[in-house]
Design a protein around this ligand. Structure first.
Ligand SMILES: *Cc1c(COP(=O)(O)O)cnc(C)c1O
Length: 388
């Protein structure tokens, strides 16, 4: 029976132990496994290659993304960089220009040392995607919605272009999670996650996940996971699995609150602009609505300038002011000085990451309390700033 994703997150994360009936997978804190037979080894031999606790998480995420193989890594970046090891010297990767900073770094500063080429492309523009493909392009790598201006790339159309050119499509699905968006069903070949964010959900663990859409990638990625060894530890795997249990309800609540907050911010005189794919004036709203179940829990908004940001941040009480996103506590961040500081002012401004831009990851506080807090802080911004 094809259950809804709300049921699936519970089913996938409830791993009844056949020996005891325990409803949660035990912590198999064992690096090695005794072999009962000299000629016939058991399923597990050494925990880098396979561990039952980690496997429970890997099976769960594969099930939720609708893939054939799941892999858990020690961080989102470990998952992403291991996935790039599917490429070889002289291959080319076509990549969204507004990818996560760590992804930008590995592509532009590490892969280049191994002769792997790249082009950063505005992947919201399908013509640009098609015209940037080269004979040696092996992967199109996208992130949608992107960070922090929530640009939307059409997963299905990009996957079609990739297939027509013999390339794979990789999608970083961190902002949406399989509860809101399932790229494999739209034609992608590999899905990546920073499980540090929404999937774990409580800002208490660093973890990464990958899900392969077909056997060829699953086999190679399994080999690379074992070869590089960037596996997720047993206790962290257990924490992520626990996070999965509440993922649906958290995404639903936080997304609804984010939608309300986006409307409130859009109407406030001190806010110049709001970036949220759930707003009808967002350029990617239609495509996003088509490929996802909701606009998600992250939005960005622009104040007049850096001075306005200072006033606002020093008066806000509820969200923590920090890097990261996707937690039960709302998290406010300042991309120009946090996630995107390395870009340089000119490139930042070209991408809309002005000195007035703030990103808000909406948590599980009561939305009315959040709005009240935002309003109080906005009202503390002194005149001379506001709508043009
Ligand atoms: C945080 C993040 C990553 C990196 O994940 P880590 O767990 O911090 O290594 C990758 N992609 C996106 C979209 C992220 O937000």
């Amino acid at each position: 029976m094809n259950h809804s994703v709300q049921t699936k997150v519970i089913q996938a994360s409830t791993c009844i132990d056949p020996h005891t009936g325990a409803v949660n997978v035990p912590l198999y804190l064992s690096s090695t496994f005794h072999q009962f037979d000299v000629d016939q080894f058991g399923k597990y031999d050494y925990s880098r290659s396979g561990n039952p606790t980690r496997e429970a998480l890997e099976t769960a995420i594969a099930e939720l993304e609708g893939g054939v193989g799941g892999f858990a890594f020690s961080s989102g970046m470990a998952a992403i960089s291991t996935a790039f090891m599917l490429l070889s010297q002289h291959d080319h990767v076509l990549i969204s220009e507004d990818v996560y900073g760590g992804t930008y770094r590995i592509v532009s500063q590490v892969l280049t040392r191994f002769g792997i080429e790249h082009s950063f492309v505005d992947t919201t523009d399908l013509e640009k995607v098609a015209s940037s493909i080269r004979a040696n392009t092996k992967v199109i790598y996208i992130e949608t919605p992107s960070n922090p201006t929530l640009n939307i790339t059409d997963i299905q159309e990009v996957s079609k272009i990739a297939k027509a050119n013999g390339c794979w499509t990789f999608v970083d699905n961190t902002f949406m999670t399989p509860v809101l968006q399932r790229p494999l069903a739209l034609g992608a070949d590999l899905v990546l996650h920073s499980a540090t964010k929404f999937i774990a959900g409580t800002s208490d663990v660093i973890a990464g996940l990958a899900v392969a859409g077909h056997d060829a990638i699953a086999e190679q990625l399994g080999f690379l996971q074992n070869a590089f060894g960037g596996i997720l530890g047993v206790q962290d795997a257990w924490l992520v699995l626990r996070g999965l249990k509440t993922l649906h309800v958290r995404m639903k609540e936080s997304s609804q609150a984010a939608a309300n907050i986006s409307v409130f911010l859009q109407e406030h005189a001190k806010v110049k602009r709001v970036y949220y794919p759930g707003l009808s004036d967002h350029p990617g709203a239609f495509i996003h609505h088509d490929q996802s179940c909701s606009a998600g829990a992250v939005l960005s908004f622009e104040l007049a300038d850096e001075q306005a940001v200072h006033r606002f941040v020093s008066n806000i009480r509820l969200p923590v002011f920090a890097v990261s996103l996707g937690a039960v506590e709302s998290i406010l961040s300042y991309p120009a000085k946090m996630s995107h500081a390395a870009l340089g002012k000119k490139e930042r401004e070209r991408r809309g990451i002005t000195d007035g831009l703030l990103r808000l990851s909406v948590g599980l506080e009561h939305p009315d309390d959040l709005i009240q807090d935002l309003e109080a802080a906005l009202n503390m911004i002194t005149e001379g700033s506001g709508k043009h």
